[in-house]
Design a protein around this ligand. Sequence first.
Ligand code: ZN
Length: 499
Amino acid sequence: MTYEDLKPHILKCQALNAALTLFSWDQDTEAPSQSVDNTTKFVGVLTNDYFEAVTNPEAKKILMALSKQELPLPQKAVVKKWLKDIKQLEKIPVDEYQAHQELLMKAQRVWQQAKITNDYPLFKPYLKKIVEDQKRFAKYRQENEECLYDVLLEDFEPGFTTKELDEFFTLLRKEIVPLLKRIQESPKQIDKSFMNREYPIDIQRTFNLELAKYIGFDFERGVIKESEHPFTTNFHNHDVRLTTHYYLNNLESAIFSTIHETGHATYEFNIADEITLTPANQVSMGRHESQSRFYENIIGRSQNFWKPLYPKLKALFPKQLEDITFDHFIEAINKVEASLIRTEADELTYSLHIMIRYEIEKKLFSEEVDYDTLPELWNQMYQDYLGMTPPNDTLGILQDVHWAGGMLGYFPSYALGSAIASQIYDYMQKNTDIDKWIQVGDFEAIKGYLREHIHQYGAIYDTNELLVMMTNEKFNAHYYVDYLKKKFITLYQLKDCQN
Ligand code: ZN
């Protein structure tokens, strides 16, 4: 048996997956609201077909044979990834898996209701059941992992267990919590109320589409639409789609969504042709997020980036930005402000929101948890780390959809992404002209460098392997802490003595 025998099976899985992705994209962007019930039936049929194709006995036989052969690296990665997927699917009894999917669908509806009415007790039994199910599934799947939570972490960022994450978040707690406190006590005030003036949406749209093009979005191989929550999806490296969202009274929201999602899209455009239509195109969450945050925060919130762009923005909004200097604009897009809502958090406090969710998820998986007092635990951590207590559960423990959707173990990827981005930036500053590229808008150079060292490989290597190949070092959270301290100590003119 050869790899050629596997190819029709790969294509079938990819085609069915693409059909499912297309329905999901359509539902979020263009589909009429009344289409859901009937369309869901199509999705059900396709989902079944997809799982049958992935677990097809003939494909499995070929995969087993190939796993014993010497293969080129991309092919080896495909075989390894696919066998891993099959193994996971086979370990959970089908009826339990289906019951869990139904639970999640119901839980998301209940969560939505509970969030609107500030009713944690309504959601509580669902959360408890979801965690119990996932603990049981983790036990079925557990191999060498030290704890059950590690099984879930592996799904989102392979190679990062509670051991690495404990070290990471301990460092953040030690360094970032006190830094935030110093910023909150500093006399420096940044006024960003001008961001909430009226910015006509059609002009915002003009700017954002130009902006995406400027930073390298390829409109021949991608499209940009609008949706409630911005996201990026892809079919292959010649069809990548993203959304952004415009608000009349918020200039920066769409801008940073566009830059963030273009970071994700760039990754997908750059995946090599030989793996784009295979399972080895599925990059882990944390690493994908490292690229979106590299674009959004490291490039998009820098002075260098805005030097050529701010005059253009000002020309489009001459009245609204009339009294806003370049320096004022830069300070505004970097303002630190502790808040209760993760998705609205600034660059510095974002990871603290994640730390709270990580600590709670760990508790859910490791010990007997008192679900009755979980909201109090949440609120206490917000007080301890961010200096504020949520007035209700809607703004507290009920704010994110992730747990209702069964995505436990996902949150840490967001913080890891930011930290990986800082490590890559540090290396690029020492070894490339990255800051100059950003200032002159040479996004071909930036894209080319990231393609060569990261993007082209898709999921062939794990994150630590890639970091070692690129920066000669495994993941090291100190780069992130150093980056944040340097940036915000300067911005808030704090004395460096406590450094
Ligand atoms: Zn993202």
